[in-house]
Design a protein around this ligand. Structure first.
Ligand SMILES: [Zn+2]
Length: 147
């Protein structure tokens, strides 16, 4: 059973195995559960996604507006999100707005990618990554989730 959080209203939506989550609509507000684009989250929304996403990884791009490499990675991250589709939830967290979370997850610099499975941090990468590298990395974690 996979479960994803609606970007619109924050409701957790269970998706049966025989349904494609990429096509799912929220049972509460009818928004698309996956738009194909990364979602901007604050600390509260991140917590909701970590608690409410089951059976698929959550990948968080920790970035900052003043950071050149972060801006360079943004289109790579977006391209990876489009390719992975509903295989993982792609989120973007502004480090400047969530210093508490950065401390909690020991983020030393940006860009940083944090990979969560079933609410737990399982891997991290620091620095610029290409869309191909991001897709490969997340696919490994997704394969673990499917076991
Ligand atoms: Zn909704």
């Amino acid at each position: 059973m996979r479960q994803f959080v609606c970007p619109g209203c924050g409701a957790a939506n269970r998706v049966p195995e025989d349904r494609d989550p990429a096509l799912a609509r929220c049972g509460r507000c009818k928004a698309e559960v996956f738009s194909g684009a990364p979602l901007d989250v604050d600390a509260e929304a991140l917590a909701r996604h970590l608690a409410g996403t089951k059976g698929a990884p959550v990948l968080v791009d920790v970035w900052a507006p003043w950071c050149g490499p972060c801006r360079a990675m943004a289109p790579q991250f977006a391209a990876a999100a489009q390719r992975v589709g509903a295989g993982a939830r792609f989120l973007k967290l502004n480090a400047d707005e969530s210093p508490g979370l950065c401390a909690q997850y020991a983020v030393q610099g940006v860009p940083a990618l944090l990979l969560f499975l079933e609410g737990r941090l399982i891997a991290r990468k620091a620095g610029l990554m290409s869309a191909d590298q991001i897709v490969d990395w997340v696919s490994l974690a997704a394969a673990k989730a499917a076991v």
